[in-house]
Design a protein around this ligand. Structure first.
Ligand SMILES: [Zn+2]
Length: 468
């Protein structure tokens, strides 16, 4: 199902505010905590794991056990000094056979380091700096934090804002959009505010692990310097350069009392691994070396959604109560809702995000006198027209059929369209007139799920009760 709005994230502003508010004494380090997040740490791990499987399919890995073992050992040394707020992440470290200077970490602790980054690092401390930066994105849960904000932004301005209602015969551009969840762009493309946080925490981790805390800043300076006359290194497209990056890192080192004497800069092991990496064969053809964002955004994503929880959570829509699987996420704005299983919103390509699986619904006011003596059918037809207008190729499969919802006469209509996850999509529309307007729910599901979610959808419909 299509989704219009992009996400105008003013994250850097919000995050720098956060930084400014963090308690700081001159003699103390900056304290950092994860921001707003509607995902659980368990969901970070689940999403990251799914994404990591995609990455492993689409990106050429180095497949050199020596290199991966080295990265894992170095990564674990840093993880020991990383404040995850008590969350245990299943850390994984992989070398990617890509000469572009880049590294990225998926939510939940799946860290990928391009061979280009290893080759560009002068010493072990610099590589440790890049990795500490990535680990900090995981610990601060930046991927799902930004996804959360994107969803809120979307829900504020997109679908839930426009499901305004049937006014003078026009259905608002109802029910066409979706919550936001950009796989590639939101999970991996960080705001400058998030970058500053990862720099600051990464510097602390370096310091605490016994590495020269100036190494990460030195690495970024190298990248900047090498960029003269060339395209900027890939790293900066996923990790945009915040203003005063180097100065902020140096400030943090001063807060911690300055770079300790005798801090580690290099190891013979690192230099051996650097030679090992330099001798790796070029990337295998057919698995193009691409940036992380590109890899994640290319083909439609195979939808992997956990089973709906048998436990239900109750909520309200207008004057109706209803219940949905407890592991699904609920979004509400005025008289509109979206109920989405984790992973139900995908990037359908070109940075467009769309619901592949989930429920959207709302209450639409029926204003003025209706021309027919069957307002339910009339309002339903308008809703269906609006849905078809917003979703190219959407076909109505049956004339609205009578059913009962919350003790009221209701209509059930099936539509068919193209799923953003690939293949055909089934859209089940249930409409009923409640005390204050037309209540509608649109259940969106790829046909490939073969009825796996039918029971949950039906149980949501069955749970609807109107307040008198
Ligand atoms: Zn970053």
């Amino acid at each position: 199902m299509k989704c219009f709005a992009r996400y105008p994230l003013a994250l850097s502003a919000i995050l720098s505010l956060f930084l400014a508010c963090a308690p700081v004494s001159r003699a103390d380090r900056t304290k950092l905590k994860p921001g707003i997040n509607s995902y659980s740490p368990q969901q970070d791990i689940q999403l990251g794991k799914q994404a990591a499987q995609e990455v492993e399919k689409k990106m050429p890995l180095c497949n050199d056990p020596k290199v991966d073992a080295y990265l894992t050992k170095l990564g674990q040394r840093l993880v020991e000094r990383l404040n995850t707020g008590g969350i245990q992440y299943p850390w994984e470290f992989h070398c990617v056979n890509d000469k572009a200077i880049n590294a990225f970490a998926l939510p939940g602790g799946f860290v990928f380091i391009n061979r280009g980054a290893i080759e560009a690092a002068d010493n072990e401390a610099q590589l440790a700096g890049v990795m500490a930066h990535e680990l900090s994105h995981v610990a601060l849960r930046h991927g799902t934090n930004q996804a959360t904000k994107a969803q809120y932004a979307q829900l504020g301005t997109g679908i839930l804002g426009v499901a305004g209602g049937i006014v003078g015969g026009a259905v608002g551009a109802a029910a066409a959009g979706a919550g936001q969840f950009a796989f590639g762009s939101v999970l991996l493309k960080y705001s400058r505010g998030a970058e500053t946080q990862a720099d600051v925490m990464g510097t602390q981790v370096l310091y605490d692990s016994g590495y020269d805390p100036r190494a990460m800043a030195a690495f970024f300076e190298n990248l900047n310097a090498s960029g003269a006359g060339k395209a900027p290194p890939e790293f900066f497209s996923d990790h945009p350069n915040p203003d005063h990056r180097i100065e902020r890192v140096e400030e943090e080192i001063q807060k911690m009392g300055g770079a300790p004497e005798g801090a580690q800069k290099d190891s013979p092991e690192f230099q051996a691994i650097k030679r090992e990496v330099a001798a790796l064969p070029a990337p295998v053809k057919g698995k193009p070396a691409v940036s992380s964002g590109g890899a994640a955004k290319s083909a439609p994503i195979e939808l992997k959604v956990e089973d709906p929880s048998p436990d239900l959570t109750a909520t309200q829509l207008g004057k109706a109560s209803l219940a949905y699987p407890a592991n699904w996420k609920y979004y509400n704005k005025k008289n509109s809702i979206a109920i989405l299983p984790p992973g139900g919103v995908v990037d359908s390509g070109n940075g467009q995000n769309a619901i592949a699986l989930g429920v959207i619904g709302g209450v639409a006011k029926i204003k003025g006198k209706t021309s027919s003596n069957d307002p339910l059918t009339e309002a339903t037809n308008r809703l269906l027209e609006a849905l078809q207008k917003e979703n190219e190729g959407m076909e109505i499969q049956n004339a609205p059929a009578g059913t009962t919802v919350g003790g009221q006469r209701a209509l059930s209509t099936y539509l068919r369209s193209n799923s953003p996850a690939g293949g055909p999509e089934k859209d089940w529309v249930v409409t009923v007139i409640g005390p204050d307007g037309l209540y509608y729910l649109v259940f969106v599901v790829p046909e490939s799920t073969k009825g796996r979610f039918d029971k949950s959808f039906q149980s949501i419909v069955d749970s609807i009760q109107f307040r008198k």
